[in-house]
Design a protein around this ligand. Structure first.
Ligand SMILES: Nc1ncnc2c1ncn2[C@@H]1O[C@H](COP(=O)(O)OP(=O)(O)OP(=O)(O)O)[C@@H](O)[C@H]1O
Length: 608
């Protein structure tokens, strides 16, 4: 049991609505769990629960783990703390009461990849987001929203973007549902409250009418402005609920004995009080891909060695990078480092649209029982992959590719219908060949082996798009022991002697995966976008950014930087907050790697 600080003790002592503020690692989550246990012990009736709401599953895992570690909390108390994501909680409300806002009785979730497919026809009419005028952006948003609503109202397919808004409307309109929820959950804890969007705030307002709310927040860890988080949100909470305010301020328990938190604070104001900080390492690299990645790999190997030698079980090392593109590049590099360096085992938090749609293609091929429509269905899945893999920003190239495949299929089928040979130069030639090989593959009934065998056919065949599919699908780690996908496929084979429902099982597994909370927090080497690191903690962190491209000494491009283009631009508050969040995720050490000839502007003095 940790020795609580006076600030933490005060949080436990005071009743009623509370706002608990504090910097990274100041112990907000920890004290809120102890508080929840106290409420469970002293206040709740037997059937009641405390709801702990968080943004991301990863945070949920960490909170669950923290609860497990608190041996002073009894099993019964633990059972009564229900940790969930906003998404999962909203879905529960919509599934039961969605008809009150006009949804059909039967609802299904439109997952992000399928939402991307459904909206790609709207999106294909617009240029890249960065090139749109404000007017065009608004128009595009309106049309997307209309399509989302149509899918929800007419087809009962609800995408995540609709969740918060509809639940807000539902709760404000129905005292009955509010009472139901507040009777079940008289206390609700809101994690990372500074990042609450306008729609989520409406939900919170409604919930707070019947339930006592405890909000945890660090105003300076607000990194979601782009999805509608509002700097004033803490004031809204104060005005609405008159909470007692507790400030755990600069206490830092995560990286005790280091100066990581101090460095984080100095980044925020842009004034470095020291030239060295205990627990912060810097490294520079030459501005070219080979040397940049060689430096990174060397640092990763050294950090991994340190952690293994420390003997700690479940050690974690995070490589945090500024962009999604860089996440992929780093992951590809670790998978196939240079020279004699063997692959570095890791997980990468890449966008899952592409990998999930690629997994659907593999699953379909596993089904093997074919009829006349099967090839059409296969090509349609491939087109879906093109439409959806770019998420909210499908590329023109991908959309054109889908159109080309569809046109080729029409021609192909016309030839078959009239007994003519299929066109020799058709884009479907190679695709068809691979489809044939996969259909003829002798499957063994072991989902791991069979999945890999199908993937290998795609990787080795002559169709560059299916090669892509094979590469993307490697980001899916659902076939690990005990996962729902694996179990589902095993059962399917047991029931039918083949994979009869592999596609449906795969789709279902991804929906489940989205809501699953039983995951352990990441361990080993993980690569992710800096934004995704919020609320997490790792033993060591490496922050790695992009480098400038120069022509005759002049910078012509400077992508993937912590600060866009690495140029000073006003106070750079968002970039500073974001950088500080990343830096303070580490318990023991943070290593920052930046290009030698263009050091990150946030690391330079204001005058130099
Ligand atoms: N009073 C304390 N004494 C010692 N260790 C503590 C104390 N309070 C919390 N800790 C430990 O410090 C670490 C960080 O605490 P916690 O996760 O609660 O911070 P937080 O304020 O929620 O952080 P963040 O906002 O960065 O997510 C945890 O490993 C926790 O077990």
């Amino acid at each position: 049991m940790v020795e609580l600080t006076d600030g933490q003790k005060e949080v436990l002592r005071v009743d009623g609505y509370q706002l608990v503020k504090g910097g990274p690692g100041s112990g907000k989550t920890t004290v809120s769990i102890l508080k929840a246990a106290k409420i469970a012990r002293e206040t709740l009736r037997p059937e009641q629960r405390i709801l702990f709401l968080s943004f991301a599953r990863a945070t949920v895992s960490r909170v669950l783990e923290a609860i497990d570690e608190e041996n002073h909390i009894t099993r019964e108390e633990k059972r009564r703390i229900e940790v969930d994501t906003y998404h999962a909680f909203f879905w529960r409300v919509l599934k039961t009461h969605g008809y009150l806002v006009g949804f059909p009785r039967r609802l299904t979730i439109l997952t992000p990849p399928n939402e991307a497919i459904a909206l790609s026809s709207v999106r294909s009419n617009y240029k890249k987001e960065s090139k749109l005028s404000a007017e065009e952006k608004a128009q595009k948003w309106e049309r997307e929203d209309a399509e989302r609503n149509r899918l929800a109202m007419e087809e009962g397919k609800i995408c995540f973007d609709l969740f918060a808004g509809r639940v807000g409307t539902l709760l404000h309109g129905s005292q009955k549902v509010r009472t139901l929820i507040s009777t079940m959950y008289p206390f609700i804890i809101l994690d990372e409250f500074q990042d609450t969007s306008a729609d989520q705030w409406r939900v919170v307002e409604a919930l707070g009418r019947g339930s006592t709310l405890i909000a945890l927040a660090d105003p300076e860890q607000r990194i979601f402005d782009f999805i509608g988080a509002d700097p004033e949100r803490l004031d809204h909470f104060k005005a609405a609920f008159k909470p007692s305010v507790h400030d755990l301020a600069g206490d830092n328990h995560r990286s005790k004995g280091t100066e990581i938190a101090l460095f984080g604070n100095d980044i925020l104001v842009g004034r470095f009080r020291q030239s060295n900080y205990q627990g912060i390492d810097f490294g520079v690299f030459e501005s070219n891909q080979n040397q940049a990645f060689a430096t990174l790999v060397t640092q990763v190997l050294q950090a991994r060695k340190r952690l293994i030698e420390s003997g700690k079980r479940d050690w974690s090392l995070a490589i945090l990078v500024p962009t999604k593109k860089m996440t992929r590049l780093v992951s590809d590099t670790l998978r196939e480092p240079f020279g004699t360096v063997p692959p570095i085992n890791h997980t990468a938090a890449v966008d899952m649209e592409g990998p999930i749609l690629a997994a659907e293609i593999i699953a379909f091929l596993l089904q093997q029982d074919r009829d006349e429509a099967s090839f059409d269905q296969f090509v349609e899945l491939l087109c879906g992959y093109f439409h959806g893999r770019g998420g909210a920003a499908p590329t023109k190239g991908d959309l054109e590719e889908a159109a080309r495949f569809r046109a080729a299929l029409t021609k192909w089928n016309e030839c078959l219908a009239t007994g003519r040979p299929t066109p020799a130069k058709s884009v479907l030639k190679a695709t068809g060949g691979i489809y044939g090989s996969a259909s003829a593959l002798a499957l063994a009934g072991d989902p791991d082996k069979d999945w890999v065998a199908v993937r290998a056919i795609l990787a080795a065949g002559g169709c560059s798009r299916l090669k892509d599919v094979a590469k993307e699908v490697r980001n899916v780690r659902l076939l690990e022991r005990g996962t729902q996908l694996r179990q589902g496929l095993v059962q399917d084979w047991r029931d039918f002697g083949r994979y009869r429902n592999a596609l449906a099982i795969t789709r279902q597994a991804f929906v489940q995966e989205h809501f699953a909370t039983a995951h352990k927090p990441e361990s080993g080497v993980v690569v992710m976008n800096m934004h995704k690191a919020k609320g997490k903690q790792f033993d060591e962190v490496i922050i790695f950014e992009g480098w400038p491209r120069r022509v005759r000494g002049e910078i012509v491009a400077n992508p993937d930087r912590i600060v866009g283009g690495n140029v000073r631009d006003g106070a750079m508050i968002q970039a500073r907050q974001n950088f500080r969040v990343s830096v303070t995720r580490a318990k023991i050490r943070t290593t920052i790697l930046t290009p030698k000839d263009d050091i990150c502007v946030l690391l330079r003095r204001a005058d130099g």
